[in-house]
Design a protein around this ligand. Structure first.
Ligand SMILES: Cc1cc2nc3c(=O)[nH]c(=O)nc-3n(C[C@H](O)[C@H](O)[C@H](O)COP(=O)(O)OP(=O)(O)OC[C@H]3O[C@@H](n4cnc5c(N)ncnc54)[C@H](O)[C@@H]3O)c2cc1C
Length: 450
């Protein structure tokens, strides 16, 4: 291959989609991953993805052996495990639990078919730079031991949580230190249940400090008698090991009693609003490396694929204009952050609300239906949710014992709208970024519901 136009580091879902789009648009694209080819797609994950992401991107929906099972609803449980909210009939929640390996292999095949050159077993050590401009990468071939530098016009960091390029760059545009409170440490098991599921198309989510400190637990069906179940905990090691919390959870939730463990592993996922800038000079960030993840449930497959499509288009335009500085790449920021990114940012507020509510308040709120299924749906869309005066009165009557909870919910709804508005007004160039960031940080600071 002649010198590549663009190098994509990491062949996860975000990297494969981004690389494919670049190649489709005529860029000489090199995709590197430290895994061997047959392991691309293997990932510790909840495996669930919504159909809406495929509709939004035009990526073919998963089929046949890429699908473990179809999902058509969710039950959300408070700590008491009683009075769950049943979220049904909303297409945004419809989707699948995936066979991650076959799905990942398909995304890789599609990238290769589009013209991407893929090199497996390549460990990228970091970027090569001239001043602030990224001009290439250095890597080690894990099979031959060969070490090499490859120069290019644009480097894409799609290396997931590791963010191997981003973490080695220093520039006012680039964020390297992500707060521990914005990272979910997870543990998940694939379990064979003793008794088959009554509703194998329904995902289950569990809230509460007593179950998952500052996080949540999930049970996602893989088939009628197999589930992907796990726990994510934010706030760092001080919150205890997610595996230990999961072991406790398995003792509490009858569905999991006497289940057989097929596989158990840990992982980590960022649960914050996306990076303030998804671009730097000669560099673009996508997927977990860009914090493109839904902050309330840690879902990042769709969020990263959506970004990958935009990234390819922006890279092609920037190379055609011969401007691969942050300025030339800026439209990736505006196109993603004013659109899907604003939804993710608003959801960070909802995450903060859920983290601030005590187990007692959660149980009460679910029992009295102070929070309704419609709120969860609106929140998931990142719109914030509006309570009409009539609605407010009804909820005040139902929740008379805990008005403070209703006030917190109202405050969260209003801050979500504010955050959404701030992202809609993302600056058109880096000159406005500091002022914009100050506004965003002040909204985050307000989202303290204690
Ligand atoms: C326990 C858990 C449960 C989750 N559940 C869900 C869920 O149900 N639904 C959902 O949508 N999301 C879920 N997520 C999040 C989701 O898995 C990620 O958001 C998504 O996989 C991110 O894709 P990515 O392509 O950015 O990164 P990854 O899939 O992590 O891919 C990164 C790639 O980069 C490669 N790489 C890393 N470092 C280097 C290096 N130095 N050199 C070369 N290659 C490198 C890796 O080998 C990997 O292939 C979950 C995450 C966890 C941890």
């Amino acid at each position: 291959m002649k010198r590549p136009d663009i190098i994509v580091v990491g062949a996860g879902s975000a990297g494969c989609v981004a690389a494919r789009r670049c190649a489709e648009l005529g860029l000489r694209t090199l995709l590197l991953d430290r895994k061997p080819k047959e392991k691309i797609g293997q990932k510790v994950c909840g495996d669930e993805v919504s159909k809406s992401h495929f509709e939004a991107t035009g990526i073919d929906i998963p089929k046949d052996d890429e699908i473990s099972t179809v999902i058509a609803g969710a039950d959300v449980y408070p700590p008491s495990l009683k009075n769950e909210l049943q979220v049904r009939g909303w297409s945004d929640f419809d989707g699948w639990t995936l066979n991650r390996l076959t799905f990942g292999q398909r995304l890789l095949d599609e990238a290769i078919q589009a013209g991407v050159i893929f090199m497996p077993s390549i460990h990228v050590g970091g970027p090569i730079t001239i001043g602030d401009q990224v001009t290439g990468i250095q890597y080690k071939n894990l099979e031959t031991g060969e070490e090499k530098i490859v120069k290019t016009k644009i480097v894409v960091d799609a290396s997931g949580f590791a963010a191997i390029i981003r973490n080695k760059l220093e520039s006012p545009l680039i964020e390297n230190n992500i707060d521990k409170g914005d990272i979910a440490l997870c543990y998940r098991e694939i379990l064979k249940l003793k008794v088959p599921l009554a509703e194998p198309e329904v995902a289950r989510v569990f809230l509460g400090e007593g179950i998952a400190p500052q996080g949540y637990a999930w049970v996602f069906p893989k088939s009628a008698q197999e589930v992907n179940a796990g726990i994510g905990v934010t706030g760092g090691e001080g919150k205890g090991s997610p595996k230990a919390h999961f072991t406790e959870f398995k003792k509490k939730y009858p569905l999991l009693f006497e289940s057989t463990v097929i596989d158990g592993k840990g992982g980590a996922v960022p649960v914050r609003r996306p990076l303030k800038s998804l671009v730097g000079d000669g560099v673009l960030f996508v997927g977990d490396a860009a914090l493109q993840v839904n902050p309330i449930h840690g879902g990042g497959i769709g969020a990263g694929m959506r970004a990958g499509i935009i990234l390819g288009e922006v890279a092609r335009e920037a190379i055609a204009r011969r401007d691969v500085t942050a300025k030339g790449l800026w439209s990736y920021n505006t196109r993603y952050l004013t659109n899907f990114g604003k939804r993710l940012a608003a959801l960070e507020i909802f995450r903060r609300l859920l983290q601030s509510v005590s187990d007692e308040e959660l149980d009460y709120g679910f029992e009295k239906r102070i929070l309704e299924a419609g709120d969860l749906m609106a929140a998931n869309k990142g719109d914030g949710f509006s309570l009409s005066p009539m609605d407010k009165m009804k909820r005040v009557r139902r929740g008379a014992g805990k008005l403070s909870l209703l006030l917190k919910i109202q405050k969260a709804a209003s801050l979500m709208k504010k955050m959404s508005k701030a992202y809609a007004a993302y600056p058109s160039n880096s000159a406005g970024l500091d002022k914009w960031e100050r506004n965003v940080l002040s909204i985050v600071e307000d989202a303290n519901f204690k």
